[in-house]
Design a protein. Structure first.
Length: 555
């Protein structure tokens, strides 16, 4: 329960606080119910798109690598091996030609060439067998097969040729020479066709690899564009889901800075921004209620100040009336003193002016009666002054209570402003000013209370003095009756009359002193009333200043 607020004020309808938890919210998934969840989801989607692009790229790169290895293994290696066959065959035919130059070359060199030719032919047959095991194109494979058959036939003919020469069979020799020459002339063409076929196959594989590269590049570009589009869409959606509530909150804070406490943030969802908006709405509702209560208290303070001004004016008027009555009593006292002096003078001439003494005694009785009436009136006036002082004291208690409640409300406002953080700094200054005004009001009411207490004390003294005056006037009236009854015995009681006249003089002096006390009390009451009026005016000014500060806010 806020400090300084009664249970009745809390239960009042104007203190109702809107519970933002009662605001209907649209259903939202658990993942998207927070800013962190949305950001993580967006990051995961973008990451998944990136991983997908990377995986596709890796797969296509692996395929390209396999194709490149296939091109090398099925294209370049066999083609190089076929070209090696061409070199070996050329080397062999060269050796064979040199071995036939028996009349030119030395025998040792011919033997070396013959041995080398055997090595080359062995190497040729082995290489042909190795090439046949390689991944050749169909055309290259057919050419190599033909090459192997021709080489085998050639070697067979070369082996049979010496025997034919030795036997002298010219027909067989010519046939063998013609066949070997035909084979020898055809082998280079076969080797060239095998190499060409294998190179054409390698070119076809290279073209297929190039097509695979183009397809992989296109796929990766498409995936990158799709990933970029998805990332941009998610970024825009996430930014919009964050910017919109931030702008709504900013608009409410701008209205708060302008003094408008009626703005509320429209919240959606359950994320941090929605909870922040709900907290801001609750804070605004609490601050608005505090402002309304302060405004109401300021109005009550103004009304109490007006009442205090009226009471002070009434006290001042009563004090003025009492002053007039005191002046009248003073004049009556002077008349009594003059009459007593006349009686004293007439005492010497009593024997010759009995009638004049009787007249003077009658006048003295009348004056005493008037003095008693005036004293009773003064007593009633002073009693009213005491009642007015009591009323002033009650009003001061009300003002003191209002000032204390205002001070506590200002403390509540300071606490609420501190809870609001940066958004509540401006209102904290206002709450501080309200607190200072409440403290000044409390000091002013304390001063008024002290002065009213002084007025009450002086009023009580004045009442006692007037009561004494009434008693004295009663004595004077009794003495005047005694004088009137004793006129007939004046000659015999002259001494007694002199004594009574002396006592009347003393009583007149007491009456004068009492009237002086009444005049002083009346002046004190008038001063107190004037100070009360000034304090009431000061309270009214404070109330106007407080309402001026509160008027800057629209609750």
């Amino acid at each position: 329960m806020p400090i300084g607020l009664s249970q009745a004020s809390i239960d009042a309808p104007q203190y109702g606080v809107i519970l933002m938890s009662e605001v209907r919210r649209r259903p939202t998934s658990v993942v998207m119910s927070s800013i962190a969840g949305r950001l993580v989801a967006a990051f995961l989607v973008v990451t998944m798109a990136t991983v997908a692009v990377g995986l596709v790229g890796l797969h296509e790169l692996a395929a390209l690598n396999a194709k490149a290895k296939g091109i090398y293994a099925a294209g370049a290696v066999p083609a190089e091996a076929v070209r090696g066959l061409e070199g070996t065959w050329f080397h062999y035919t060269t050796d064979l030609t040199q071995s036939g130059l028996t009349a030119v070359l030395p025998a040792a060199e011919i033997a070396a060439v013959t041995a080398d030719s055997k090595v080359q032919i062995k190497k040729l047959t082995d290489d042909i067998a190795s090439v046949q095991k390689m991944p050749l194109t169909p055309a290259a494979s057919a050419a190599v097969t033909t090459l192997a058959s021709d080489v085998a036939n050639y070697l067979k003919d070369i082996t049979l040729l010496p025997q034919a020469l030795a036997s002298g069979d010219r027909g067989q020799t010519s046939s063998l020479l013609a066949e070997t020459q035909e084979i020898q002339n055809g082998i280079p063409a076969i080797l060239a066709s095998a190499a060409t076929a294998q190179l054409n196959g390698a070119k076809a594989q290279a073209k297929a690899a190039e097509s695979a590269y183009t397809r992989a590049r296109t796929l990766i570009i498409v995936l990158m564009i799709l990933g970029f589009g998805v990332g941009v869409a998610i970024a825009l959606l996430t930014a919009r889901s964050l910017i919109r509530p931030i702008r709504r909150t900013e608009a409410v804070l701008q209205r708060l800075a302008a003094g408008d406490l009626t703005g509320r943030v429209q919240t959606r969802g359950h994320d941090e921004l929605a909870r922040m908006g709900e907290s801001l709405n609750t804070s605004l509702e609490s601050v608005a209620e505090v402002v309304r209560l302060i405004n109401t208290s300021a109005g009550d303070l103004a009304d109490a100040s007006d009442n205090l001004t009226g009471v002070a004016s009434s006290i001042s008027e009563s004090a003025d009336v009492a002053a007039g009555k005191a002046a009248s009593v003073a004049r009556s006292s002077e008349e009594v003193s003059a009459n007593v002096a006349t009686v004293a003078t007439g005492a010497d001439e009593m024997s010759v002016s009995i009638r004049e003494i009787a007249v003077n005694a009658s006048q003295a009785a009348t004056v005493a009666a008037d003095a008693m009436a005036v004293a009773e009136t003064a007593t009633q006036t002073i009693s009213k002054l005491g009642d007015s002082s009591v009323e002033i004291g009650n009003v001061i208690k009300v003002i003191t209570s209002i000032a204390a409640q205002t001070n506590l409300l200002a403390l509540n406002a300071t606490i609420e402003a501190a809870r609001a953080g940066e958004a509540g700094k401006g209102f904290a200054v206002v709450a501080s000013e309200v607190k200072e005004l409440a403290q000044e009001t409390a000091r002013a009411t304390d001063d008024i209370g002290q002065r009213v207490s002084a007025i009450q004390a002086d009023t009580a003294g004045a009442v006692e003095a007037i009561e004494r005056i009434s008693e004295v006037i009663g004595h004077v009236h009794g003495f005047q009756i005694t004088i009137a009854s004793a006129v007939e015995e004046q000659n015999a009681t002259t001494d007694e009359m002199g004594r009574n006249v002396g006592q009347a003089a003393v009583t007149s002096a007491s009456i004068a002193d009492g009237i002086s006390a009444v005049a002083a009390a009346t002046q004190t009451a008038s001063d107190g009333a004037r100070r009360s009026g000034e304090a009431a005016t000061e309270l009214a000014g404070m109330s106007a200043q407080l309402r001026g500060v509160i008027s800057r806010f629209t609750a």
